[in-house]
Design a protein around this ligand. Structure first.
Ligand code: FMN
Ligand code: SF4
Ligand code: SF4
Length: 282
């Protein structure tokens, strides 16, 4: 069976799970491709019998680039194809599983199963949590579980291909989670960025060395240097990787409204009081 694992990973958590699943599938099925979402054309899936997709939870749902990829998959409604997915998250995955499964189903990809585990969370406004959400994950046990998942999903795919049957998988589908995820549709998110709940990028030019690292690392390529970074906001997925990785800390984004509204200041104070002052190394 020709397998392919496609993944989006900003800080490496989902990549580790993707690599484990790919290695297991390669060992069991003979071969398995591993492709970053940034390099994946949706038509690529035509070359494989089993497709797996990995993503981190962003804003209680799949990141917008992952949504776009799923919506652009070739339509296989006439002849459904086997599919699986996996997710890493900081503790509140929300509606991501039901959304990925639903978006794939619309294009005729049947989710045979899914796997999810914790991943340490480096979202900038949460960076001073002690400990960081998901600190130390994915750990060895998470990766062992991912390998076992890969074996099991391969068996399910074989049954699907040979006997044309599958029970599909059940994903958590709570109304509240879906409502919260809806508040973070791409359009709503851009609105939040305009109104200030999520900060606009606030670049402090005096600190910027024009090194281009943020442009290189932006997962959706929306930063160009002119000669300082400029942004194509309509395609920004609000991941704040640019802020996170700038070696000069040139992004002075204003997280105060977000932290006030989400109770983050209080949470950070309490967690420092109860857990001490230091975060473990991710
Ligand atoms: C922009 C952004 C939003 C996030 N939103 C959520 C969330 O809603 N729920 C959650 O559990 N974790 C959330 N996280 C944490 C990530 O899902 C988690 O750290 C994940 O393992 C990152 O995977 P990666 O290293 O493959 O990018 C968020 C992280 C970022 C950067
Ligand atoms: S990473 Fe920082 S210093 Fe480098 S171009 Fe971007 S903002 Fe400027
Ligand atoms: S501009 Fe920054 S926040 Fe927007 S997608 Fe790129 S790295 Fe993420």
């Amino acid at each position: 069976m020709r397998c392919c694992v496609i993944y989006f990973s900003q800080t490496g958590n989902t990549r580790q799970v993707a690599e484990t699943i790919q290695e297991t599938l390669a060992a069991q099925a003979g071969s398995c491709a591993l492709v970053r979402l940034e390099d994946a054309d949706p038509l690529l899936v035509e070359r494989y019998d089993l497709i797996g997709l990995g993503a981190p939870a962003f804003y209680f749902r799949e990141p917008y680039n992952v949504q776009k990829f799923l919506e652009e998959l070739p339509d296989h409604s006439d002849k459904p194809r086997p599919f699986f997915f996996f997710v890493t998250h900081g503790g509140t995955p929300g509606a991501i599983a039901s959304r990925i499964s639903g978006l794939a189903a619309r294009r005729g990809f049947v989710a045979l199963d899914f796997y999810q585990c914790l991943g340490y969370d480096t979202y900038p406004p949460f960076a001073s949590r002690v400990p960081l959400s998901g600190a130390g994950h994915p750990d060895l046990q998470d990766l062992k579980n991912a390998a076992a998942f890969a074996e099991s999903v391969l068996n399910k795919a074989r049954i699907f291909v040979e006997e044309h049957r599958s029970e599909g998988c059940t994903t958590p589908n709570g109304l509240l989670n879906r409502a919260i995820a809806g508040m973070f549709s791409h359009r709503a998110l851009l609105r939040h960025m305009r109104t200030g709940l999520l900060p606009r990028k606030n670049l402090f030019k005096e600190s910027c060395t024009k090194c281009g690292l943020c442009a290189e690392q932006c997962p959706t390529n929306v930063i160009s240097l002119d000669p300082y970074p400029v942004f194509r906001e309509e395609d920004c997925i609000a991941c704040y990787q640019c802020e996170r990785i700038c070696p000069e800390r040139a992004y002075k984004n204003n997280w105060v409204p977000f932290k006030l509204l989400t109770g983050e200041y209080l949470r950070q104070l309490l967690s420092k009081l109860f857990h001490g002052q230091k975060n473990p190394k991710p």
